[in-house]
Write a protein that binds this ligand. Structure first.
Ligand SMILES: CC(C)(COP(=O)(O)OP(=O)(O)OC[C@H]1O[C@@H](n2cnc3c(N)ncnc32)[C@H](O)[C@@H]1OP(=O)(O)O)[C@@H](O)C(=O)NCCC(=O)NCCS
Length: 183
């Protein structure tokens, strides 16, 4: 594993490290997304759509023009959670981080890792990125636990994108557009 500089470590909890990501993490992040995508109803992409190219794209965008944090487990010897978001590259939207995605290994869900990752991400934005005024994400209507989770972190439901996403049960469902705004 990459030598991690103290500056890149944001938090340690038991044997879990929350740190900034590196390009070397790409294979491990890809494995994480493949495990998470196996359970339908969370991530929008299905397993065949989690390609190396897709992971390289969001990791490089997040490192160069956004934020990406990973939770790595010492005992598991791998990355068990990840969150990222980035600017869209258009100057008029330079105060906005979008395309936010968070994924926690199914084996480790419900243990506070998602909350830890997200809290550290917001902390980074609040304390180190004063030019960022807004963070956006989209979650499917049926992922009610995730929607409530984002609300508990200060995100507001801003709109409903009707029948935008294919539903696991067949047909389509609405996507919920959410945003966090700096006070
Ligand atoms: C959503 C997710 C990132 C939450 O991470 P986590 O580590 O499981 O969450 P935590 O243990 O920190 O719990 C924080 C909140 O997350 C929500 N949550 C927990 N497990 C969840 C699950 N399996 N699915 C959806 N939300 C979940 C709950 O609201 C929880 O609060 P609660 O304990 O008061 O109910 C994680 O469950 C996940 O990766 N799910 C699959 C992928 C996904 O849905 N990503 C979001 C797409 S918009």
């Amino acid at each position: 594993m990459q030598n991690v500089r103290a500056d890149d470590i944001l938090k340690t909890m038991d044997n879990i490290l929350i740190r900034r990501s590196f390009v070397n993490d790409i294979p491990s992040i890809e494995e994480l997304y493949l495990r998470v995508a196996e359970i339908e109803g969370g991530l929008a992409r299905t397993v065949p759509e989690i390609t190396r190219e897709h992971v390289e794209h969001f990791v490089s965008k997040s490192i160069s023009d956004g934020i990406e944090l990973v939770a790595s487990s010492h005992s598991a010897g791998r990355i068990i959670g990840e969150v990222h978001c980035y600017r869209n590259g258009v100057a008029t939207f330079a105060h906005v981080l979008g395309d936010l995605t968070i994924a926690v290994d199914p084996e480790y869900q419900g243990k506070g890792i998602g909350k830890l990752l997200f809290t550290e991400l917001l902390n980074e934005v609040i304390t180190k990125c004063p030019d960022i005024l807004r963070i956006e994400l989209i979650a499917r209507e049926s992922n009610e636990r995730a929607l409530r989770f984002y609300e508990s972190l200060g995100f507001k439901r801003e709109g409903r994108l009707e029948k935008r996403i294919r539903s696991v049960k067949g047909g389509f469902e609405d996507d919920i557009f959410m945003a966090w705004l700096r006070d």
